[in-house]
Design a protein around this ligand. Structure first.
Ligand SMILES: Cc1cc2nc3c(=O)[nH]c(=O)nc-3n(C[C@H](O)[C@H](O)[C@H](O)COP(=O)(O)OP(=O)(O)OC[C@H]3O[C@@H](n4cnc5c(N)ncnc54)[C@H](O)[C@@H]3O)c2cc1C
Length: 452
């Protein structure tokens, strides 16, 4: 059943050169890059803070998988990480001391970082509509407390993680696995207070032992909790007894773009959180006094819509280390895909395409893959790029593309390209690729560039 609503005029709230929608790693990279290339930039974010999953889902040590490898983060993400750590330090006292953000402090750091880079922020602004003329987006429509408002721009960058703007503009999208559209589970992270740090660190890293023991007990059939997750990834541990980023709860069969599914996922995950906290309190003396310090503000997703773009990156491209003349990023080969079915056994069987359990591949040697510019160029719309986890890729490839620091690199390339398109007065599919690559190299990004 549908209702017809009479057409209304919508006030134009702002006009800008580059409008970035979504203030996560991709959106931050895009907004800062475009501003540094002398464009007026508005960054629109539905929440009251930026950072995307890093702040809203407590993903506080995202590049843990690079530790001890020959790879290091690059570009705007690396700048944020080193700037944050030199200002606030790394308060993670776990023996490996993986570089970690305190995501609450990061929210404040990002406010300053974005504003000092000349980005105009518009928080509390949810985009779910666009005004298009032919294949050009004239404006995105934000929903505010005062009603809808339009933001016009020459170039738009969809960094919503869900491809919301592309979807609203009619760009065809895929979601989840080919066969059934199922995505990886959604997770609501939790932060605990009251851990006995001294006891946790007396004999190595007790948190690591707990997650291993939990898994072993699960496999013996001794765990009676209702969540299918068989391990308890713990993040940052601080001197003050905070265990942040407990990435345990998993709700399966959730469509990240469906409000009824999202409601179910949030409620289900909170139930799992209560269960695991009670379990930890009763099974581990070091954790007997823990309590919930905070529950992440929103369920987080590892994958969602993926646009149809000018190139669809495949897992085979990544495995074959395929070289692209329009490469805009090079990234270590690292895959992590939680099984959409809740099968926790690990397998590197890509031919299973996510139907045969958890795909997990650590970084090996110098194995890397390239990301072509064309996977950010959507079919159909001429003045929009898409950056981050919703670019054009197959479902398994996305589990290598979704890394925070790679999403930031894609964003940086999109922001630079957006500025270039305006300077050259060309559509985003016609920008001079070599000029883009030279600018990225000048800005410190290591990408291969073919000779003429
Ligand atoms: C539990 C969990 C653990 C993870 N662990 C790791 C890890 O260890 N390492 C790693 O590298 N990656 C990890 N990831 C993946 C990583 O967090 C994401 O892939 C990454 O954050 C994607 O960046 P993004 O900018 O594309 O999207 P997001 O981080 O999702 O940011 C999108 C932003 O857009 C905003 N937005 C969305 N829709 C709209 C709209 N319609 N209007 C306005 N604003 C909107 C959102 O509020 C958000 O701020 C994890 C993800 C989850 C959920």
């Amino acid at each position: 059943m549908t209702l017809i609503r009479k057409q209304t005029s919508i006030p134009i709230q702002k006009e800008t050169d580059v409008c970035v929608i979504g203030g996560g790693p991709a959106g931050i990279g895009a907004a800062v890059a475009a501003a540094r290339h002398n464009k007026h930039v508005i960054l629109i974010e539905k929440r009251g803070f930026t950072g995307g999953n890093v702040t809203a889902c407590y993903v506080e040590n995202p590049d843990y998988f690079m530790a001890g490898t020959q790879f290091a983060p690059e570009g705007i993400y690396a700048e944020i990480e080193s700037g944050f750590l030199s200002k606030f330090g790394n308060d993670n006292v776990r023996p490996k001391k993986n570089k970690s953000f305190n995501s609450e402090t990061l929210k404040c750091y990002l406010d300053d970082y974005l504003l000092s880079n000349g980005v105009q922020l518009m928080l509390h602004s949810f985009v779910n509509d666009v005004i298009c003329e032919d294949d050009i987006i004239r404006a995105v429509i934000i929903q505010t407390k005062k009603g809808p408002a339009a933001i016009t721009a020459k170039t738009f960058i969809d960094a919503t993680g869900d491809g919301d703007v592309a979807y609203a503009a009619g760009v065809p999208c895929d979601i989840g696995r080919d066969k059934d559209g199922k995505c990886q589970p959604g997770t609501v992270a939790v932060r605990l207070a009251g851990a006995n740090v001294k006891e946790l660190l007396t004999d190595g890293d007790k948190l690591q032992k707990i997650t291993k023991e939990f898994r072993a007990e699960y496999q013996k059939g001794n765990i009676q909790l209702t969540c299918k997750r068989q391990d308890i990834p713990f993040g940052r541990l601080t001197k003050a007894g905070i265990i942040s980023y407990v990435n345990y709860s998993c709700a399966y069969g959730i469509d990240p773009t469906d409000n009824e599914d999202l409601t179910r996922g949030e409620i289900e995950c909170r139930k799992y959180i209560l269960e695991i906290v009670q379990y930890l309190k009763t099974h581990y003396v070091e954790l007997r006094d823990i309590e919930i310090a905070s529950i992440a503000p929103e369920i987080g997703f590892r994958d969602s819509r993926r646009i149809h773009g000018n190139y669809r990156l495949t897992i085979e491209d990544m495995e074959d280390r395929k070289h692209f003349q329009d490469a805009i990023a090079v990234f270590p080969r690292f895959y992590d895909m939680l099984s959409p079915d809740g099968i926790m056994s690990e397998t590197s069987d890509f031919s299973g395409k996510g139907y045969h359990g958890h795909i997990f591949e650590p970084v090996i040697g110098n194995r890397y893959f390239e990301v072509p510019y064309r996977c950010m160029v959507p079919d159909k719309i001429n003045n929009m790029l898409v950056a981050g986890r919703c670019v054009s890729a197959d479902h398994v490839a996305e589990c290598g593309l979704r890394a925070v620091s790679l999403c930031s690199l894609m964003g940086q390339a999109a922001g630079t390209a957006g500025a270039l398109a305006i300077d050259n007065q060309v559509s985003l599919s016609n920008i001079p690729i070599k000029t883009l690559q030279k600018q990225l190299i000048n800005d410190g990004i290591k990408i291969p560039m073919d000779q003429d």
